[in-house]
Design a protein around this ligand. Structure first.
Ligand code: PMP
Length: 495
């Protein structure tokens, strides 16, 4: 494989993978696994397609802000493309989509403007349009933009047929959100493999296409009203509360042979089974599309070749019903396994601290003792934390002080600052000799030892820590209503 010029070269060319256990034996069922795109979903294709089309047409100037309404995957794809090409990105998204999506986009440098869930897809689309008009930003218009469908005609469609090397493709199964995948691939297949049957899935409780009720569009192609058949459904990324122009185009062209309703539980079950029985880790709409593909496979003639789109990765759904039954704590079975051998159990007493962890007072050098004494008695810095740089308990104390604006000095004993001649270890020996306590963190206020994490938190809860700070005229936010115990590492909470 040749070196890529940038991450953008890795978009597309996703693998087509044979299903070995979850398909009936009389057919060949393959999945197109779009999680292999760098942003983890099919929408990376659209992001690259729309941005490069706008660049070619002069609609997007260097450094101009890009804005779009998205259920998340388009935003993540755009964030990848915009990060690489240097465009600032603003995404509008209904608050009801999974929180990991917001964080992913922000991690990639985008800004995310949330819109009320009650206003559904049309609300976030309107917000994006307003922002674009108010600020002169480039609006992607993924639901109407032809570049969305074009990229699928240029990449997804040809990739599928090339993988078959001239063998016939009998069925292609997909869901629809913007309809870009459906319009683009169906157009390509209608020209290059006209006998392929195009199957489009939708949620059974939000059956916009099978309702037969037409969608009204504005002159610019955007949806004029919410579709009357829309209901909240599980398949984030599928079926917004309107039929997009791109989807309507595919219907008008008569490319769709069959619309399949999919039940939410079927989608969850197949996403889980794909993971456990095929090692294919994908999201809810992938499970839903696969449920449709299995239904087609069950009724297809022997020897049929079927391709099913799997739009994204399962990691995007940790906070959703897909992971609801997945325990963070050990299950009874796992507890049984833990108890089946003697070591490292939670139901046996912890081992005694090893002798080597004990350090002797006499070991500290004069320089370390002086440093230690000067630090804890520094008149200008009353609060001192002796810490380890990446220790979560030390962070918990620092978070408490930061949230209450309590000024403090942190001596990070294992940091590079104190590495020469193990001065950090040396200071720690002086500290241990002084307090008789070997664990870190250790907190001092005006030379007085408060304790470790628990003692400091208890002093805060009791208000005594605040009293000593006030007596010393240390300024901080006295109104901070925090329970410091909530700042402890999450894994500490019951198993
Ligand atoms: N599944 C998921 C998870 C999606 O994010 C999307 C796109 N919104 C789709 C399916 C549908 O793809 P398209 O927009 O091309 O119709």
């Amino acid at each position: 494989m040749k070196a890529c010029n940038s991450i953008l070269d890795t978009i597309g060319n996703t693998p087509l993978i044979r299903i070995n256990k979850l398909a009936p034996e009389h057919v060949n069922l393959y999945v197109k696994m779009e999680a292999f795109n760098p942003g983890g979903s099919v929408k990376d294709r659209l992001a690259l397609g729309i941005i490069e089309d706008a660049e070619r047409k002069g609609l997007l100037q260097p450094g101009q802000t890009v804005v779009e309404a998205t259920s998340g995957n388009t935003g993540i794809g755009l964030a990848v493309v915009c990060a690489q090409k240097g465009y600032p990105l603003v995404v509008t998204m209904a608050e009801s989509f999974s929180v990991e999506r917001r964080k992913l986009m922000r991690f990639l440098g985008a800004r995310v403007v949330l819109t009320p869930a009650a206003l559904k897809g049309t609300g976030m689309v309107q917000k994006a349009r307003e922002l674009s008009e108010a600020h002169g930003w480039f609006l992607c218009r993924q639901f109407e933009n032809e570049a969305n469908a074009d990229i699928h005609s240029a990449t997804t469609g040809p990739e599928i047929l090339e993988a078959f090397e001239g063998e016939p493709l009998h069925y292609w199964v997909s869901g629809y959100g913007t309809g870009g995948t459906v319009k683009g691939v169906a157009r390509y297949l209608s020209r290059h493999s006209p006998d392929t049957r195009i199957i489009v899935c939708e949620p059974d409780n939000s059956n916009l296409l099978s309702s037969g009720i037409k969608q009204q569009h504005n002159p610019d192609g955007s949806a004029a009203v919410s579709h009357p058949s829309f209901r909240p459904h599980l398949m984030q990324g599928w079926t917004p509360d309107f039929i997009s122009k791109l989807t309507d185009d595919a219907i008008a062209a008569d490319w769709i042979d069959q619309v399949l309703p999919i039940h939410g539980q079927n989608a969850l079950d197949y996403a889980k089974r794909l993971a456990r029985e095929e090692g294919i880790f994908v999201g809810i709409t992938a499970g839903a599309t696969f449920a449709g593909a299995v239904e087609i496979a069950n009724n297809a003639p022997a020897g049929s070749n079927i391709v099913c789109m799997l739009p994204d990765t399962g990691e995007r759904y940790l906070s959703t019903p897909l992971f609801e039954q997945i325990s963070e704590q050990m299950t009874d079975e796992e507890l049984g396994l833990s108890a089946s051998t003697p070591s490292a159990r939670f139901d046996a007493p912890p081992p005694a601290p090893s002798a080597t962890a004990q350090t002797s007072a006499t070991d500290a050098s004069e320089a370390a003792k002086t440093f230690f004494n000067d630090t804890i008695h520094n008149k200008n810095a009353a609060v001192v934390v002796f810490a380890l740089e990446w220790c979560e308990f030390c962070w918990s104390i620092k978070k408490l002080f930061n949230q209450c604006n309590i000024p403090f000095t942190s001596i990070d004993l294992d940091s590079a600052t104190y590495q020469d001649n193990d001065f950090g270890g040396d200071i720690r020996r002086a500290l241990n000799a002084h307090t008789g306590c070997i664990t870190i963190p250790q907190v001092f206020v005006n030379g007085t030892f408060i304790g470790g994490c628990t003692e400091t938190f208890d002093a805060f809860r009791a208000g005594t820590l605040q009293q000593s700070l006030k007596a010393l005229e240390v300024e901080f936010d006295e109104t901070c209503p925090l329970d410091p115990y909530t700042l402890l590492p999450k894994w500490l909470h019951p198993r």
